[in-house]
Design a protein around this ligand. Structure first.
Ligand SMILES: NC(=O)c1ccc[n+]([C@@H]2O[C@H](COP(=O)([O-])OP(=O)(O)OC[C@H]3O[C@@H](n4cnc5c(N)ncnc54)[C@H](O)[C@@H]3O)[C@@H](O)[C@H]2O)c1
Length: 248
């Protein structure tokens, strides 16, 4: 309880899945959250569910590829809850297309959301965190940002980029007490991976040492740790939440 008491968090892609789990857990731990997503109705529903207990959540329209949306989302954190301490760059899109089949249009879409979106989020969050004397940024990459596979070319490229964008920002903003870390989930049971056929998911899971898919809450608990002062000497690092998959 109260590991984030008095803190304000902005969570991109927070309408559902891992982002929504983080929003709920953060509020349980005393934070206020602004949920930014392109899914306006789902984001409003998630915020309303959280607010049934205490008013601690607001939903804003945020397309992470648009600078103007980020500016408005950071402004909303100040207007609704008085500032910004934590950014979770969680929004992302998945895709299994291989290298030659990837069109320029698909490449640009994935890069804009998964990579440019993370940079823009940090660009607009840092000045607000500076005003609070520090902060914590958690960038959601993937095990696909650490290892390759036979497809998902643009996804691998963008998630790998998030890993190094994280380290670059950690080095630049460490002196201002802004910590920046990346989280690398494995196979997590959210709507994102519904595009993978059931048999293939079962085959993937058979390679996972813990022999199950992860849950959004499994990842949210790691993100909570990095957001909190428990991680006060942790920055520029990568945290795998994959049931042991990348250990094989
Ligand atoms: N599910 C997995 O197995 C898995 C594994 C590794 C990493 N991840 C990463 O975890 C993060 C969360 O994914 P999830 O599993 O909760 O999936 P999800 O599809 O349930 O959630 C992704 C959210 O991002 C939002 N989003 C997409 N494009 C956006 C945009 N342009 N602007 C703002 N929001 C946008 C979606 O509307 C959705 O709410 C993603 O970055 C994903 O790449 C997921």
């Amino acid at each position: 309880m109260d590991r984030l008491k008095g803190k304000v968090a902005l969570i991109s892609g927070g309408a559902r899945g891992q982002g929504a789990a983080e929003a709920r857990l953060f509020v349980q731990e005393g934070a206020s959250v602004v949920i930014g997503d392109v899914l306006d109705a789902e984001a409003a529903r998630t915020a309303a569910q959280i607010n049934a207990n205490r008013r601690a959540a607001a939903a804003v329209h945020l397309d992470v590829t648009r600078a103007a949306d980020w500016r408005a989302a950071v402004d909303a954190c100040g207007r609704e809850f008085g500032g910004l301490d934590i950014l979770v760059n969680n929004a992302g899109v998945f895709n299994t297309t291989g290298l030659e089949d990837t069109t320029e249009e698909l490449w640009d879409t994935i890069v804009n959301i998964n990579q440019k979106g993370v940079w823009l989020g940090m660009k607009f969050a840092v000045p607000a965190m500076r005003q609070r004397g520090g902060g914590s940024i958690i960038n959601i990459s993937s095990v696909a940002g650490l290892t390759g596979s036979t497809g998902s070319t643009a996804y691998h490229g963008t998630k790998g980029a998030v890993r190094l964008l994280t380290k670059a920002a950690a080095v630049q903003y460490g002196p201002e007490k802004i910590r920046v870390n990346s989280v690398h989930p494995g196979i997590i049971a959210t709507q994102m991976i519904d595009i993978i056929p059931k048999e293939q998911r079962e085959r993937f899971t058979s390679f996972v040492p813990l022999r199950r898919e992860g849950t959004a809450d499994d990842v949210a608990r790691m993100v909570l740790f990095l957001a909190s002062d428990d991680a006060s000497y942790v920055t520029g690092a990568e945290f795998v939440v994959d049931g042991g998959l990348t250990a094989t």
